[in-house]
Design a protein around this ligand. Structure first.
Ligand SMILES: NC(=O)c1ccc[n+]([C@@H]2O[C@H](COP(=O)([O-])OP(=O)(O)OC[C@H]3O[C@@H](n4cnc5c(N)ncnc54)[C@H](OP(=O)(O)O)[C@@H]3O)[C@@H](O)[C@H]2O)c1
Length: 387
């Protein structure tokens, strides 16, 4: 039986992870759960999965849960999340599933890897911002990152049994998000409601907006380069509206392997949870003959300009990726609150990268402080302090 430490349990990836646990009795024991504010969801999860420890964002919510479940250990805030990741720290066994959204996932990823516990990673932001730190810790503790992102799971599956030295090129596919058929002129007038209608995937709101701006794909290129120790130019984004092929790996002999499946996150989550085994899932099977056609096209880098903005930040290294991510999180939040227009997201990110000087080899504390400063500067421009 595998122990699970599940952070972000109330979100899209978190609830699907628990559905897999429920469908595989006797395979997992849920030791910890964590969320921010959706207390009404985590309450039901506590009843169903009997964790030993739960963390929420606000101390007042933690007090409420303690009253409701006197047998349960409950924490809150950043320290609470760290403990949810490292609970049972006398043993590195078990798997931390990081299904948090945003930079909140960075400290728990680092804390879990520090105690030698493997991390099944959905939270791509932690790898984008803290990739260099994370790699250093992994070298020391040998703890592994098991990707949950469908594209990285696809690469992982294609690479199984292969010599990494024989990789020539990797293609990561992009559905194109909600606005894939719109011109830049059309994007001036799109609404939040339009943006949240993703054609192929049901996901949390932040990643759905990131898919429409293509920042999600830029993050995935960086995530793949970090996970697989590859030069960033080896990894190419291509548009593939059907979201059936998740990744393609081309080898030095000219052979190309692809991973295909219906667009359903239950599959990559299961792959990471059960690895090295491959167990049956409830994912609908692909009707290969019924497919008839799959489309691929080059990504229009002018239309999706954030991809090159993000790659330039990656090449700078240092704190540039922290600024990129912080500015993106702040801008997406403002867009979700309908305070800014869709195209303002790009402008805010580009301006932030110009405004903030780059620093090399940042520590975790420096990254977290910079993230807060970048977000505060953006928010105070949109909501200027009252005279
Ligand atoms: N959804 C997908 O299909 C998908 C696919 C690939 C990769 N990913 C990646 O997976 C991650 C999660 O995505 P998602 O779509 O599942 O997001 P989501 O539905 O918004 O869920 C986010 C989870 O994180 C929790 N959370 C957020 N901030 C927190 C904080 N400060 N402290 C404690 N908990 C916090 C939320 O709690 P509350 O519910 O209480 O707010 C929720 O449980 C993201 O990095 C995303 O890019 C998602």
């Amino acid at each position: 039986m595998k122990d699970l430490y599940l952070l972000g349990s109330t979100g899209s990836i978190g609830t699907q992870t628990l559905a897999i646990v429920q469908n595989n009795p006797g395979k997992f024991r849920v030791r910890t759960l964590a969320c921010a504010n959706r207390i009404y969801v985590i309450r039901e999860q506590i009843k169903a999965f009997h964790p030993a420890y739960v963390s929420v964002k606000e101390p007042s919510d933690a007090d409420q849960l303690k009253r409701e479940f006197p047998w349960l250990e409950v924490g809150s805030g950043e320290a609470g999340l760290r403990l949810a990741a490292t609970y049972d720290s006398q043993s590195a066994d078990g798997l931390m599933v990081n299904a948090l959204v945003g930079i909140a996932g960075l400290e728990p990823t680092i804390a879990s890897l520090e105690i030698g516990r493997d991390v099944a990673l959905a939270n791509k932001e932690s790898l984008v911002v803290g990739g260099a730190l994370i790699k250093q810790i992994q070298e020391r503790t040998k703890a592994k990152l098991l990707p949950i992102d469908s594209e990285h799971s696809g690469i992982w599956q294609c690479l199984r049994g292969e010599d990494p030295a024989t990789i020539r090129r990797i293609y990561i596919t992009a559905s194109g998000g909600a606005f894939r058929d719109k011109s830049r002129a059309d994007l001036k007038t799109v609404t939040l409601a339009d943006c949240l209608k993703h054609p192929n995937w049901q996901m949390g709101k932040k990643i759905t907006v990131d898919s429409a701006t293509m920042m999600n794909k830029a993050f995935e290129l960086i995530e793949a380069a970090t996970l697989y120790d590859l030069p960033i130019d080896t990894i190419n984004p291509i548009l593939h509206p059907e979201s059936i092929v998740h990744a393609l790996v081309e080898f030095t002999d000219g052979s190309l392997k692809a991973q295909l499946a219906m667009p359903d996150m239950l599959l990559p989550i299961s792959y990471a949870l059960f690895y090295p085994e491959r167990l049956p899932t409830n994912v609908p099977l692909l009707d290969v003959v019924g497919l008839k056609q799959l489309h691929f096209e080059a990504l229009d880098r002018k239309r999706f300009s954030l991809v090159d903005v993000a790659l330039a930040a990656y090449r700078q290294g240092g704190t540039a990726l922290c600024v990129l991510n912080g500015a993106n999180e702040a801008a997406v939040q403002l867009f979700l609150e309908e305070r800014i227009d869709f195209l303002d997201i790009e402008t805010i990110i580009t301006q932030a990268l110009i405004q903030w000087d780059n620093q090399n080899n940042p520590t975790l504390d420096e990254l977290l402080a910079l993230d807060k400063a970048v977000k505060a500067a953006i928010i105070s421009r949109v909501y200027p302090p009252k005279e």
